[in-house]
Unconditional design. Sequence first.
Length: 462
Amino acid sequence: MLSTAAVGIDITDQQVSIVCLKKYLKTVRLLAAEKCLLDADKPLTEKSEDISSFINEFFKEHRISAADIYIGIPSDRVIFREIELPLAVKENLASTLAYEMEKYVPLSAAEVYYDYQIIAEDKAREVLTVALSVVKQSDLEPCLKVAASLDLTASGISPGSAGAANSFMRDEKGNGISRMVAFADGGRLDLAVLRGQALIYAKALPAGPVGGPDEKRAQQIKALLDRFGDKDGHVPVYLHALDAAEDAAQQLEAAAPKAYQGTKPPGLDLLSSQYIPAYGLALQGFDNAAVHINLMPVDRRKKPNKTPLYVMYGLAGCLLLAVLMWAGVFVVKQQALLNHLDQKLAGLRVEAREVEQLRSDIDQLQSRINRLESLRPGNTYVINVLMEITQRLPVNAWVRDLKISGNEVRIFGSAASASDLVPALEASPLFHGAEFISTIRKTRNNQEFYRIGLQFHQEKLK
């Protein structure tokens, strides 16, 4: 498929934010973004119908018929635990966590939905570090009701802070260090603690005094820094926001002047910072997300679409058939080429035997020339001229008459192609001025009669 779509839906007590992303090859683009304000005084169970209607209307308005949908819930309804387990339980980690759930939260596995992410493996200590996320079934039920009312099946439910973390880490990958990411949503400040590429803790701090210091919020930020910092208590703090968010920046800098690293905006040009969690949730549909927390029961999740798989199998079968056909045609062509080459080789063997016979005749003529030179030393240049002509003329050219007068030579004979003779003679350093002295005539056996006159350099014969 050339493009895929993913939708992130962030649900809070105050509003619903939706972001639809489209991925073309490797480029992620913003297709649409909208939000709907909610009555914060009503419980989510009474607002589920309004939320579902708003989301379905968004689908219809933007013609979204197929997409991976991820819903975000308030992070203060999720319990986060960072636990260590023996490395041997890795193969049965899910069942081990379910069996020991009451060790980590005051609830049984039958009362919660949970997910986990492996943070690190220490093979020397044989210890597995896991980030566990747990939500009460009763707290998730309103969100599941919303998901069931949607025109499209949702793929998962995650904490809203996971969306903010994914947005923050899209272009920044951790190397195991802890970082705190702050996201300002109106008066509320959400804090997410990251270790490597895992979300290990999230906390929502309520709104404080407008325009003034908030000592309680500062104390909570310092407590988190002390809890999750390194051995020296250091952990960098970032404000992930699109706009200035001056109040949040000032509070972070006042609470952690050494740890605060400034504001880091999201990689995509969103309309407002309020869309950041929904944007990060949508990234989970493209495997671009570092944090994958899915608290939705498996039986309620969107089933994988097998159509692309079937299309891939069909294309693979067609490709295999095309390869086999190409291989068959290639083998047939190669066999025909080999047969053709065998025929050519047989003809070349015949020509090679003829060449060998000509070479033998040339050796005999050379022997006779040598004898003539020894008998008439004064006419040696005549023999040299004759030898040069013999070497320059092609094998399919014959000399019937040769006359030498001074340094001028007249040649009469026949050849398969008389036009090739003059360039061949001119190529000799001994001859010059080669030209036809009469027109070329054709014979009955397709030969050409020729008469050529040329001159030779006598000084080169001495």
